[in-house]
Write a protein that binds this ligand. Structure first.
Ligand code: ADP
Ligand code: ZN
Ligand code: ZN
Length: 732
């Protein structure tokens, strides 16, 4: 009997595979794509198995239309990782595989490169001494990049090189455009370290020796304050790997993929480097995927989805800022890229380095229990000094747009000395609500359980949850009064008030509103570095990945909203933000100062953080988590449901609860909480509820989910209500 049946995973929300007949003469492969009929549609699916048996009568099976791939799309460790992720995160295999590949492959495009636009140096460009161009740093940058080899047009744009810069260089006759099929390069043959390396300090040397001692799987948690030389450790850890012809994957948070970061890797090694991030179009995404697979990139740096890049010969994974919340995907396949990266390193049998100044409590727990090796960098490289810090007790003080008089006085002192000041406030807009002074009515979004945020600059009320916007009203909807007041302070209001308080200094605001235009964040950061602004206002966007040597005062102006939040991770995030910003400010000759405004200066967490540092805070926070039976000491799965009918939403979760309660695994160590309304109980007109399942260990949680899921899928309501499972949710 010949094996003429292919079991195919399709991108449909069903936990099963589908059988198709293989036409004689065609030869699909396991792990390759096929196009098949599905109802009235044609879908692209992945062959999971080739067999001679089916649970269905052979006569009923339909044939495969087209075999797309002659070879599997993934290497076996990566394919095994994806199946593992599908199981672990309770997301159908077909959808998981589809999600992990570039859009063009999902649509059935050939998995090989078409022609692309490249830039190359001309003879004249090659002979050009770089020093002649001191005044045109962008042009120098282009020439430097092209000296390492031809570069794709998109890759240059991603470095914030403008078309105008390229045109200038073309007009000078130094560079030229090429259209070509990417030629396969053997980068390994030319591998070299292309810049002088700093002399490592003892800690760095020890750390690197530990990581490089064993080319097999090992997870290294590298804890070191900002500026302690973590990136230098990554670079050194990469060197022998690249020298051996193996590739490196570097994951960075969404905001961390800056030209500065990329350039450090480019400068150090002459290997082709690709980036993967949300700004790529379909063609670019496919081309970096192929570059990984075909060994056309030695280094791939990217945000979370870069984890799914196939590699010809992966040798190491680095996860920078491993505590960052952007590593968790919040919809469809709700994976945590850090955790999945550790699993990938395990399957590929290679080392992985998780770096952070403020490791996630989960990671510290794994280090303490011996699962990860804990490595420390305790000194700032060079001779930068740590910032001083303190709290400002604002109890009873008048707050002017959220600023106390002592803070304003401190700001003046630092500004007068010619330095810059950063104020952090994690709230966009002018104010988070608008209230009627006569009757107390609040302007509320019609579609959500949330107040409108006032955006004075654009003259709008905006709902930050569903995106609805409307003009600011001038009369109360309830009593008709015209006395409508803003309540609370957002970044926009702070900006406006600072212009009044400090008219002699220039203020810049960095948040999602002010940096909507592509490249504007980079422009602002450049201007800040050039001292064009003295007062910087930012949400946490400003805290990550940038160093501001002229900033000497940093203030978190609203610490209390994090200290008293419902989210059990809020205090961990506050501590991380604090350490991050403390590390961003100052330099050797200008030590920084960090001030926290709070009504609760005695708060145990603040005290631990201020006087004993992050590790002490983390120890205490872990004890608290243990006592409260919270992660990492227990494991959670969050069920969410939403629909226009609020009864259905709640009933579905009731029924899911029932399924768990009747499970043989349900005992006194497992808990179910809910159904409860979600923190935002209505969004865009839909009601939202949630149910939290807690188990003492990962295995129990996984087994309970695996048993319950088929039963849940049979519930009639499960077809009417949109619902999801989030395994190890980050936001509750
Ligand atoms: P981190 O990634 O921990 O923030 P970096 O690796 O960026 O730290 O190092 C901070 C700064 O110190 C960088 O400018 C880097 O070039 C420099 N640096 C790192 N290690 C050394 C060293 N051993 N000697 C001199 N300078 C160093
Ligand atoms: Zn009113
Ligand atoms: Zn809304």
């Amino acid at each position: 009997m010949t094996s003429n049946i292919a079991r195919v995973a399709l991108p449909v929300p069903l936990d099963k595979t589908f059988d198709y007949l293989i036409k004689t003469g065609s030869s699909p492969v396991v792990g390759g794509r096929v196009k098949v009929p599905f109802g009235r549609q044609q879908l692209v699916g992945i062959v999971i198995e080739i067999t001679d048996k089916s649970d269905f009568p052979i006569a009923q099976l339909k044939p495969i239309y087209t075999v797309i791939d002659q070879a599997p799309l993934w290497t076996s460790p990566l394919f095994s990782l994806l199946s593992w992720a599908s199981n672990y995160y309770q997301y159908p295999l077909g959808d998981t595989l589809a999600n992990s590949m570039p859009g063009l492959l999902r649509k059935g495009r050939e998995a090989s490169a078409g022609t692309l636009k490249y830039w190359a140096l001309t003879e004249a460009g090659r002979d050009q001494p770089i020093t002649a161009l001191k005044r045109a740093p962008r042009q120098v940058q282009v020439l430097n990049i092209l000296r390492n080899g031809n570069c794709r047009h998109e890759a240059l744009l991603a470095e914030e090189i403008s078309s105008a810069t390229l045109k200038t260089l073309v007009d000078k006759g130094w560079i030229t455009e090429l259209q070509e099929k990417p030629r396969l390069v053997d980068w390994h043959k030319h591998f070299a370290v292309t810049e002088e390396k700093p002399r490592l300090n003892e800690e760095q040397a020890l750390t690197i020796a530990t990581i490089n001692a064993n080319p097999e799987f090992g997870c290294y948690l590298l804890e070191g304050v900002t500026g302690s030389g973590k990136t230098e450790v990554y670079l050194n850890a990469l060197e022998p790997i690249l020298a051996a012809g193996k590739q490196a994957l570097i994951l960075v948070p969404e905001i961390g993929l800056t030209p500065q970061t990329i350039n450090r890797f480019r400068r150090r090694f002459n290997v082709p480097l690709e980036t993967v991030h949300s700004g790529l179009n379909d063609t670019e995404r496919l081309s970096s995927w192929l570059a990984g697979r075909d060994n056309q990139a030695g280094i791939i740096i990217g945000t979370r989805s870069a984890l799914f890049t196939p590699f010809h010969n992966l040798g190491i994974i680095i996860v920078d800022e491993e505590h960052d919340a952007s590593y968790k995907q919040q919809d469809s396949l709700r994976y945590h890229a850090r955790d999945l990266a550790v699993m990938r390193a395990n399957k590929e049998n290679i080392p992985i380095v998780l770096g952070s100044a403020t490791p996630a409590l989960e990671s510290l727990h794994n280090a303490k229990t011996g699962k990860y090796h804990h490595l420390h960098l305790t000194r700032r490289a060079g001779n930068a000094q740590s910032a001083r810090h303190g709290v400002l007790d604002v109890k009873g003080l008048y707050l002017d747009a959220g600023l106390s008089a002592p803070l304003i006085a401190q700001m003046r002192k630092h500004l007068t000395a010619g330095n810059q000041v950063i104020l952090f406030l994690n709230r966009r807009g002018f104010s988070p609500a608008m209230i009627c002074h006569e009757c107390g009515w609040l302007a509320e979004c019609d579609r959500c359980d949330a107040y409108y945020t006032l955006h004075q600059q654009s003259g709008e009320l905006r709902c930050h949850h569903c995106g609805t916007q409307r003009p600011i009203m001038h009369q109360c909807n309830s009593c008709g009064s015209t006395q409508l007041n803003a309540v609370g302070v957002g970044t926009e209001q702070l900006e406006q008030q600072l212009a009044t308080l400090f008219p002699e200094y220039k203020t810049v605001r960095i948040d999602r509103d002010s940096t909507r235009r592509k490249g504007s964040l980079e422009d602002y950061l450049e201007a800040i570095k050039n001292n064009e602004y003295q007062i910087l206002i930012g949400t946490q966007m400003l805290a990550k990945g940038h160093h501001f040597p002229n900033v000497t005062l940093v203030s978190l102006i609203d610490v209390d909203s994090a200290l008293f939040s419902n989210d059990f991770r809020a205090s961990e995030r506050l501590a991380q933000l604090f350490i991050q910003v403390a590390g961003r400010a100052g330099r050797a000759s200008k030590p920084g100062e960090v001030l926290l405004q709070t009504h609760h200066p005695e708060h145990a967490l603040l005290q631990a953080l201020l006087h004993k540092g992050y590790d002490n805070f983390a120890d205490n926070a872990l004890i608290e988590r243990k006592e409260a039976l919270l992660p990492p000491y227990t494991h959670l799965a969050l069920f969410r449901s939403e629909a226009n009918n609020s009864d259905h939403v709640c009933q579905l979760l009731q029924q899911i609860r029932g399924i768990f309660e009747s499970s043989p695994l349900f005992n006194q160590d497992t808990f179910i909480m809910g159904p409860n309304p979600a923190p935002l109980a209505r969004r865009a007109g839909r009601y939202r509820w949630q149910l939290l399942l807690q188990a003492p260990d990962r295995k129990t949680l996984q087994r309970m989910l695996a048993i319950a899921k088929p039963a849940i899928q049979l519930l009639p309501l499960a077809k009417k209500v949109r619902w999801s499972i989030d395994v190890e949710p980050q936001d509750l």
